[in-house]
Design a protein around this ligand. Structure first.
Ligand code: PEP
Ligand code: MN
Length: 336
């Protein structure tokens, strides 16, 4: 529910409503607007006695939040959320590019990639130290050693780093090293993990599950926000369909759907979305044209020898070409 306060409501009136809601078992989320203050009451609405609130001084009206996601929806907070990752802002109008290998393999590989993507204009460096692999026999990542290589690549290039946490037990370690924590598609509904990153004090990159609806994806973001973290970027990374010519099907319509319903920024990952490096640049162009707040792509100095996701990785030269194309589309989109 949203409790809308009158323009003349005092701080004391607001505090009294918040207290009453907490007594009734609700969590409150207060937004101080230019003209009016609104208080989101998050909890089980069955226990909300309207009379207990509507009669309090300064209350104008009570409006139900129709969507199941309360905190991530635009009903309670219409303005876009800006997510800060190191010195980079996502959601502020500039198209943000996240680039780097699927997996951290060695210090040399990380440094070479980081320097090249930085020179080409990327904003954030990616690389998986903990890898969620379909096969238990596939390379699982360098774990803590990989985090250290990422930190070294940040030191050398100045690029903030994003890396995945696959288990609640690793969140603290990942948060100590990374500027942003990725939650992978396979873990989108790992609720313990979502709660843990909600408390980790770092921005979160939340990938869409392989077979998740947009509503389920936003509900996953709701878990993170309910745990106290509103610094969330959603990432469309392709969903399972009957189509076999690509690894997944990039659901570009999810971008405007998310933007209509949520204030959180949304980016597109055409690498996992297509699984084929030649399709990555065309789909990155399309993602920018559809209004995405950024793109994330996999880049490797020698995709043929990559330990993970080589077929969908751009080499350094092709990444520079992608940047040039993305910048052209972004400029066209920004033109009056
Ligand atoms: C990744 O980003 O390397 C990854 C494992 O992605 P996803 O969770 O989308 O499959
Ligand atoms: Mn990958």
């Amino acid at each position: 529910m949203i409790v809308v306060m009158t323009p003349s409501a005092t701080r004391e009136d607001i505090r009294r409503v918040e207290e009453r809601l907490v007594e009734l078992g609700f969590k409150t989320h207060t937004i101080y607007g230019q003209e009016k203050t609104v208080i989101g009451a998050i909890g089980d609405k069955k226990v909300l006695s309207m009379e207990a609130i509507i009669t309090l001084p300064g209350v104008e009206k009570i409006v139900p939040i129709m969507k199941p996601y309360k905190r991530v929806g635009r009903e309670l907070k219409p303005e876009k959320t800006l997510v800060r990752v190191g010195n980079v802002t996502i959601g502020g109008g500039e198209v943000v590019v996240i680039a780097g290998p699927c997996a951290v393999e060695s210090l040399d590989q990380m440094l070479e990639t980081a320097k090249a993507v930085k020179a080409a204009g990327a904003h954030i460096l990616r690389g998986g130290a903990f890898k969620p692999r379909t096969s238990p026999y596939a390379f699982q990542g360098l774990e803590e050693e990989g985090l250290q290589y990422l930190v070294e690549a940040r030191r050398v290039t100045g690029l903030p780093i994003v890396t995945e946490a696959v288990d609640p037990r690793d969140v603290e370690l990942v948060a100590e090293h990374a500027d942003m924590i990725q939650i992978g598609a396979r873990n989108m509904q790992n609720f313990r993990l979502l709660k843990e990153v909600g408390m980790a004090g770092k921005p979160v990159l939340l990938k869409r599950g392989l077979a998740a609806t947009v509503e389920e994806w936003l509900m996953a973001a709701e878990y993170i926000m309910d745990a106290g973290n509103d610094q969330i970027v959603l990432c469309e990374r392709g969903i399972r369909t009957y189509e076999t010519s690509t690894r997944n099907t990039v659901d570009l319509s999810a971008v405007p759907v998310v933007q209509e319903n949520s204030h959180l920024p949304v980016i597109v990952d055409p690498s996992h979305g297509t699984g084929i490096w030649k399709l990555v640049t065309p789909m990155a162009r399309a993602a920018v044209a559809v209004g995405a707040d950024g793109v994330m792509v996999e880049v490797h100095p020698d995709p043929a020898t990559a330990l993970c996701d080589g077929p969908q990785s751009l080499n350094l030269e092709n990444f520079a070409l992608l940047m040039a194309e993305v910048q052209k589309i972004a400029a066209a989109m920004a033109a009056p």
